[in-house]
Every structure is written in structure tokens, then in C-alpha cells.
Write a protein that binds this ligand. Structure first.
Ligand SMILES: *[C@@H]1O[C@H](CO)[C@@H](O)[C@H](O)[C@H]1NC(C)=O
Ligand SMILES: *[C@@H]1O[C@H](CO)[C@@H](O)[C@H](O)[C@H]1NC(C)=O
Ligand SMILES: *[C@@H]1O[C@H](CO)[C@@H](O)[C@H](O)[C@H]1NC(C)=O
Ligand SMILES: *[C@@H]1O[C@H](CO)[C@@H](O)[C@H](O)[C@H]1NC(C)=O
Ligand SMILES: *[C@@H]1O[C@H](CO)[C@@H](O)[C@H](O)[C@H]1NC(C)=O
Length: 526
């Protein structure tokens, strides 16, 4: 992996005529391999994205929509009033896309690789080319292409510097997630969509939707229509049709939606509509383990989920279960009858919920606590999400479980004191040497817990720090050095400004969390 990186930099410095040590490829995340030259091209007035052979039919319009979005991402609302672009300059007439499969269903493991080339011109107009195995790889290629483009205010055309470009790219990890939490604060649909847009810019591919929690239950569940009585207000709700709209919107951008229903803790809001889910009126969580009704409700939720959330996995939470209410209420008697203590009941609950999810065709993700407490009992299809304890990922993969890294001291976005560098430097495979075990680390996820974010500040809390982690999960591993840090910081500065230009409220790199700029100055110097 390190060899590839060295290759990238060697190629850059040897290919660029008169290159200085300050030569930086302004791409984020950095592709697996890049080479470029020194010619400047301008996009033709009649510049077009088009398909060129291949098997893909675009019956869902994924590529067509991608092309349309690309124009906005490239022009950045500048007015292209340029004159005769063909006069005396090198012209890029368009980008042709070749996709070798008809596949248009996105899921875990979808091929996301692509190759992008922008040739040199000898005077005649030329075409760029994207080749990919799936439309989702092609979308990544388009994103990379859009970052090569820059508006030239003097000529009023879009330029591409440093042609010819040859880029060959694929992700390092198959699972590259961002969690949003719509229970602690409701997020309007428009904000969820904006988050998805920015995920596509950074090549993140799983939106982990932590939909419900203790504080509120905003989602409609047709099987149990009183559950969303636990929403904060009438206007802070999502219909199932809204959820489907989000899933489809995300899919069109190559982003999967992982739905979470966190049980048996973090579920107090369920009882607003169905108080029988509480152990008692004065002791409201975890969910009542003793009632069949509890599992019927979970079954109903997952049955409704399975019609809308087609991602292979569902998240069943399982974290921070404080079982005091199972000891004090009517449940105490039930435990005695069943010869269980509270720990047994916790295990019983998690395993039953897992069985229900499997029945609905899902694989399961749980936060790490079930693994820590009764790892050997978990369904082998379980994926362990390590957020808390050091060494858990290593133990989990050793036992053959797949694992996702979200360590709170590095990848929790609600921890405002974690800097972008710390996000960047966190390494999911740290301490895991065995290659069989490494393959079970399927990726990572940054988590935007919602206690202090609503639609007024979520964007600047997520970005640009989530983008730092996105590059870590995308590009080949590279050991950090002072020289690299300079490049990385410059590139991320540049990317942060691009996010701003595209309407994403990404915060300055300076300081931590979501700080505002301190003084007047260029976007690139904050
Ligand atoms: C690039 O860095 C090397 C080693 O630090 C130095 O010898 C060389 O002069 C530098 N080249 C330029 C163009 O700055
Ligand atoms: C085209 O280029 C020539 C030579 O550079 C220049 O003299 C002429 O004014 C240009 N024409 C237009 C329409 O820009
Ligand atoms: C439940 O009660 C038993 C017996 O009093 C005690 O050992 C156990 O720690 C209690 N568990 C919880 C979760 O409170
Ligand atoms: C609960 O019971 C199991 C056996 O069923 C035992 O292994 C475990 O230590 C007990 N846990 C507690 C907290 O008493
Ligand atoms: C790596 O792990 C696998 C599976 O646990 C084991 O069979 C293999 O011996 C390990 N390899 C090394 C070099 O330790």
C-alpha cells in the first residue's frame, strides 16, 4: 500500500515540467493513483457528458441525474458568458463514460472503482473518459473530474490545469459511514439531503440513520402507528414515504442508508404511544423484556423497514443498557420464573432481536457492548461497531466477526475538541497485523450525535472533519510525515472552500469543531 503512495508522488514530480516541491494535487479524497502533465485545457461551450458504449442502460436515470448535478458542481453558479472558446486554446469537448455492467442496485460491496483520463490536446478538441464497472464507480469518477475543474474569471470559462490526467481509483474500505441522529434533534429532510450531497463529494457511502432514541421517535411505523406519538411535535416527523425518498435520493448518489433501531436501551420514546413497552410508569427503560408485545413491535418495525431500507444491514444498537428497571418492576418476578438474572435477560433480548432481523433478510450491526458481554453467543452475521473500548476490534475480528471502527476519542463529531488532524490520523487497522483479520475490518464511521446539533449547526460540525476521515477510509494507507501533513492541510483547506462554494457550511480548519473564522482573510487561509 505504501508503495502506491510513493509512486503517486514520484509520478507527479517527474511528470510536471518545472514542478516545485509545492506541487499539490487538489483532489479530496486523494485517488489511489494519479499522474498529470502541464497543459491547460478549457471546457468547450458545448461541453457534454455522454455515455460511450458499455452495457449500462441507465433505466433509473442515475447517470443522467449525475450529469445534471455535475454542471452545478463545476460552474458553482458562475455565469459562463465566455466568447469563442475554440480560438487558440486547447478544448475539452466533453467526458465520455463507459460502464461495463447493467447493475443499478447499490448495496454493501458494490464495485466503486473507476478510471478517469483527461488527454492532452494537440489543437483539435479532445474528450475525457471515465471507465467503470458500475454506475456508482462512474459517479465517483465524475466527482473527481469536477474537482479538476476551475472557473477562470478572466476568460469566464472552466479550465483544467495540468493535463493529461490519468487517474485509477478504488476505495480502501467498502464501508465508509457517517452517522446522523434524528432523535436528539430533528433534522429537516432538506438537511438530510444536503448531508447526502456532501457525502457524495467526499466519497462516503453509508448514511447511518440513528432514527429514534430515548428523546423522540420521529418516524412513522405503519405496523404500529402510535409509535411516532413519541415525536417532539407534529412537524418533527418523517413519513415512511419521506424515508423512502431519502433512501432513493441517497442511492442515486451512491450512498447507502443504514437504518438503526436501538434496543433495548435508548428506547424510552417508544412508550409514549405504547406505554406497555415501559417496565413501569415510573421506570421507563430498557424496553420491557418480559412481554411478547415488545418483540412483536420490533418485528413490525423491521418488517416495515425491510420494505424501504434495502441496505443489506440493519443496526440494532444494543449499547448502554442499564437494567435497573428489570430488577425493580414486575419484570423481577418474570426473571425469577425464567431463572434469569438481568445479564441473561440482556443477552436474551439482543439475540431475539437479532433473530427477528435475520428473518427479515438483514445482517446485523450492533454497538460493541453485546460483543463485550456475550460475544460467543452472537449470530456470526453480526458486525461489531467499536466506539468505546480499546482493543475490541482486534478481539472481534480474531473471533471471526466483521468490525466497523468509530472510536469516540477520534471519530465522534460531537466531541468538538477533536481536531481535523485527529480525524485524519485515526487508523482503523492499527494494531491488527494478521491479513485475514484485517479483511474483517470492513471500514469505519464518523458519528454526528445530535444532542447539540440541529439544522442550524449540523453542517459545520460535520464538515470538514468528516472529510478528513473520509480520505483515511478511501485512499491507500500512508504513514504520516511532516511533508505529507503540509500537502494534506493545503488540500483539505482547498476542499473546505470548495464545499463552501457548493453551499455546504463547512467550518474553517483552524481551531476545533465548528469554530467561526477569527479574522478577515482568504477562505484558503482559515
Ligand atoms: C525540493 O526539495 C529538495 C529536498 O528538500 C530540494 O533539494 C530541492 O531544491 C527542492 N526543489 C524545489 C524546486 O524547491
Ligand atoms: C483569436 O485569436 C487571435 C490570435 O490569438 C486573436 O488575434 C483574435 O482576436 C482572437 N479572436 C477572438 C474572437 O477572440
Ligand atoms: C439486580 O438485582 C440483583 C440482586 O439484588 C443484583 O445482584 C444485580 O446487580 C441487579 N442488577 C441490576 C442491573 O441492577
Ligand atoms: C447471571 O447468570 C449467569 C448464569 O446464568 C452467570 O454466569 C452470571 O455470572 C450471572 N450474572 C450476574 C451479574 O449475576
Ligand atoms: C491469521 O489469522 C487466521 C485466522 O484467525 C489464522 O488461521 C492464521 O494462522 C493467522 N496468521 C498468522 C500469520 O498469524
Amino acid at each position: 500500500m505504501q508503495v502506491v503512495w510513493v509512486l503517486v508522488f514520484l509520478t507527479i514530480s517527474t511528470l510536471v515540467e518545472g514542478s516545485t516541491n509545492d506541487t499539490i494535487v487538489y483532489l479530496w479524497p486523494l485517488p489511489k493513483s494519479v499522474s498529470y502533465g502541464s497543459q491547460s485545457l478549457s471546457l468547450s461551450k458545448s461541453f457534454k457528458f455522454s455515455t460511450d458504449g458499455g452495457k449500462y442502460l441507465d433505466s433509473s436515470g442515475i447517470l443522467k441525474d449525475g450529469f445534471l448535478r455535475m454542471f452545478d458542481d463545476i460552474t458553482l453558479q458562475h455565469n459562463m458568458v465566455g466568447g469563442n472558446f475554440k480560438n487558440g486554446s486547447y478544448i475539452l469537448e466533453g467526458v465520455r463514460v463507459t460502464i461495463s455492467s447493467t447493475e443499478e442496485k447499490l448495496n454493501y460491496g458494490t464495485d466503486e472503482s473507476y478510471k478517469l483520463s483527461v488527454p492532452q490536446s494537440t489543437g483539435a478538441p479532445v474528450y475525457g473518459h471515465i471507465e467503470a464497472n458500475t454506475v456508482f464507480g462512474a459517479l465517483h469518477g465524475l466527482q473527481t473530474f469536477s474537482q479538476l475543474c476551475q472557473f477562470n474569471p478572466e476568460t469566464r470559462v472552466i479550465d483544467i490545469q495540468n493535463a493529461p490526467w490519468v487517474i485509477s481509483d478504488e476505495p480502501r474500505f467498502a464501508y465508509r459511514g457517517l452517522l446522523i441522529d434524528t432523535s436528539r434533534h430533528y433534522q429537516p429532510l432538506s438537511m438530510i439531503k444536503k448531508t447526502i450531497d456532501a457525502m457524495a463529494y467526499t466519497k462516503l457511502n453509508v448514511l447511518h440513520w440513528h432514527i429514534v432514541d430515548t428523546q423522540s421517535f420521529p418516524l412513522e411505523i405503519p405496523s404500529y402507528p402510535k409509535l411516532w406519538n413519541g415525536a417532539y411535535s407534529v412537524s418533527e416527523r418523517y413519513t415512511m414515504a419521506d424515508a423512502l425518498e431519502i433512501v432513493q435520493y441517497a442511492e442515486k448518489q451512491g450512498v447507502n442508508v443504514l437504518a438503526e433501531v436501538d434496543v433495548p436501551g435508548h428506547a424510552m420514546s417508544w412508550g409514549v404511544g405504547y406505554p406497555e413497552l415501559w417496565p413501569a410508569h415510573n421506570c421507563k427503560q430498557p424496553l420491557d423484556v418480559s412481554k411478547e408485545f415488545t418483540f412483536q413491535v420490533i418485528d413490525g418495525i423491521l418488517s416495515d423497514f425491510s420494505k424501504v431500507f434495502k441496505f443489506k444491514m440493519v443496526h440494532l444498537g444494543g449499547d448502554e443498557v442499564h437494567m435497573g428497571c428489570w430488577n425493580k418492576t414486575h419484570i423481577k418476578k418474570w426473571l425469577k420464573k425464567k431463572h434469569m438474572n438481568t445479564s441473561d435477560a440482556y443477552q436474551y433480548f439482543i439475540l431475539r432481536a437479532q433473530d427477528i432481523a435475520i428473518k427479515h433478510g438483514y445482517e446485523i450491526i450492533n454497538w460493541e457492548e453485546p460483543f463485550n458481554n456475550f460475544g460467543s453467543k452472537l449470530n456470526p452475521k453480526t458486525i461489531v461497531q467499536n466506539w468505546m473500548t480499546g482493543g475490541v476490534a482486534k478481539k472481534a475480528v480474531k473471533k471471526g466477526f466483521r468490525c466497523i471502527l468509530s472510536k469516540q476519542e477520534s471519530w465522534y463529531l460531537d466531541h468538538l475538541d477533536i481536531t481535523w488532524e485527529q480525524f485524519y490520523l485515526f487508523e482503523p487497522l492499527k494494531g491488527i497485523k494478521n491479513t485475514t483479520h484485517q479483511k474483517l475490518i470492513i471500514g469505519g464511521e464518523v458519528c454526528m450525535w445530535g444532542e447539540t446539533v440541529d439544522a442550524s449547526d449540523i453542517e459545520q460540525t460535520i464538515w470538514p472533519r468528516a472529510a478528513a476521515a473520509a480520505e483515511r477510509m478511501w485512499m491507500p494507507y500512508v504513514k504520516h510525515s511532516g511533508r505529507l501533513k503540509f500537502d494534506v492541510e493545503k488540500r483539505l483547506d482547498h476542499f473546505r472552500c470548495l464545499l463552501n462554494q457548493r453551499g455546504v457550511a463547512a467550518a474553517p480548519l483552524f481551531g476545533s469543531g465548528r469554530d467561526a473564522p477569527l479574522d478577515p482573510g482568504s477562505c484558503y487561509m482559515q
